[in-house]
Design a binder for this molecule. Structure first.
Ligand SMILES: CC(C)(COP(=O)(O)OP(=O)(O)OC[C@H]1O[C@@H](n2cnc3c(N)ncnc32)[C@H](O)[C@@H]1OP(=O)(O)O)[C@@H](O)C(=O)NCCC(=O)NCCS
Length: 375
């Protein structure tokens, strides 16, 4: 395009614009999602968190030896410097968990002793779950929880998040939720990570930026907002009234809608099945599945907008006994693997991401001194 023609106009929010080629993952409007070529349903049914993380980061499934080394590396690198814990604690009782993790990720940029790029990436991947699990405990003055020897990534995160002993099925479901949260092509936080990576800033800087964009309720914060909404409604019989009232007030229903999926989110569909089974296994929780289903039906009837992953991951976390403010941190603990895959892909084929804009403000104004300006 010639200079004279001016910059190309792009749809708002970059909707429908492909900003790069990627080999990491792809979601599509027909409800499909692949990680490195593998359908998400296949990975959910058969793969462990570590296998999936290796796949996302390295581009192929690991051999037995590679998987063992990767899993060992995650445990070995999970030790967080006490100075980072002290910084997290110092943020105080009112600190938002994502602010706490973001601050800790920034601090790691100065305090982590890793020398190589691969080491820095592996370090932030391994430590994010420890930061996430302690993002409330430390500011509240509680002792940090750390990974236990002999447990896998998912079990370790769960034992750091909650005191409850989970059944085998619940642990399996939690691992599936983490797999779903790991990667999702050009979502807002991965795009943010790529923008930062394109300046050749280090992985800590990129992860801190990813965390910043994950905080908002239109992205990572939606799982917490969805749970708060479900707890506010409580009674499946009140679903209609609640949806009516939400729309009357011109508000959005959190956990619904997606830039890509217009009919269904495959991750939400699978989580809904898992939630059903979880509630069937604990009779007293039947209300929660019925409530989710009732709100989903109302939303579909009215707006034809389907639920997304956050909507069905939230009640799963709730039944696992995890506190609501830790839901977005869980997202971060898993998504960091996707972020690092994007970081690498960006750096390997780098071109600084520096778009243009169309100026629509005034021009040719004359400067007046402060005393001459009218209010
Ligand atoms: C995810 C999201 C930001 C996608 O947004 P988008 O692709 O930019 O789509 P828009 O926000 O422009 O929505 C398109 C239309 O659907 C409506 N819509 C989308 N999501 C909605 C929701 N959760 N509740 C009510 N209406 C919604 C919008 O109001 C808009 O209606 P309009 O055309 O009459 O103005 C949006 O669906 C949303 O805000 N969802 C709630 C937050 C959430 O769950 N985020 C997690 C995403 S995984």
């Amino acid at each position: 395009m010639s200079e004279a023609a001016g910059p190309m106009k792009i749809p708002r929010g970059l909707a429908g614009v492909s900003v790069t080629d990627t080999r990491i993952s792809k979601s599509a409007s027909d409800g499909s999602l692949i990680y490195r070529g593998y359908p998400i349903s296949e990975l959910a049914a058969k793969a462990s968190f570590e296998e999936t993380a290796y796949l996302v980061v390295n581009g192929r499934l690991p051999t037995r030896v590679e998987l063992a080394a990767f899993s060992k590396g995650l445990v070995e690198r999970s030790k967080v410097d006490r100075r980072v814990f002290r910084i997290m604690k110092g943020l105080g009782r009112k600190a938002h968990p994502i602010d706490v993790i973001r601050t800790a990720a920034s601090a790691l940029g100065s305090l982590d002793g890793e020398k190589t790029m691969a080491g820095k990436e592996a370090s932030i991947e391994a430590k994010m779950s420890v930061l996430a699990a302690n993002s409330r405990r430390l500011p509240l003055g509680m002792r940090p929880r750390t990974p236990k020897k002999g447990l896998g990534f998912s079990d370790n995160l769960l034992q750091m998040l909650t005191d409850r002993k989970a059944s085998d099925f619940d642990r399996w479901v939690f691992e599936r939720a983490l797999i779903f949260y790991m990667e999702h092509d050009m979502n807002a936080s991965s795009f943010t990570v790529r923008v930062v990576a394109s300046t050749l800033a280090d992985p800590y800087a990129a992860a801190s930026a990813g965390l910043a964009s994950l905080k908002g309720p239109l992205h990572g914060g939606a799982n917490e907002a969805a749970m708060e909404m479900l707890l506010e409604v409580r009674d499946p019989a009140k679903a209609r009234e609640f949806v009516d009232e939400t729309f009357r007030q011109g508000r959005k229903l959190m956990g619904f809608g997606h830039r890509v999926y217009k009919d269904f989110d495959p991750r939400a569909r699978l989580c809904k099945e898992y939630l059903k089974e979880m509630t069937e296994r604990r009779r007293e929780s039947a209300w929660l599945y019925e409530l989710c289903d009732a709100v989903e039906r109302e939303m579909w009837e009215r707006k034809r907008i389907p639920p997304n992953l956050d909507y069905y991951a939230a009640p799963i976390f709730y039944l696992l006994g995890i506190e609501v403010p830790l839901y977005t941190p869980i997202f971060a603990a898993s998504r960091v693997f996707g972020w690092m895959a994007h970081y690498n892909e960006q750096v390997e084929e780098n071109k600084l991401i520096r778009p243009d804009s169309t100026y629509v403000g005034p021009s040719g104004l004359r400067y007046t001194s402060v005393g001459e300006r009218k209010a």
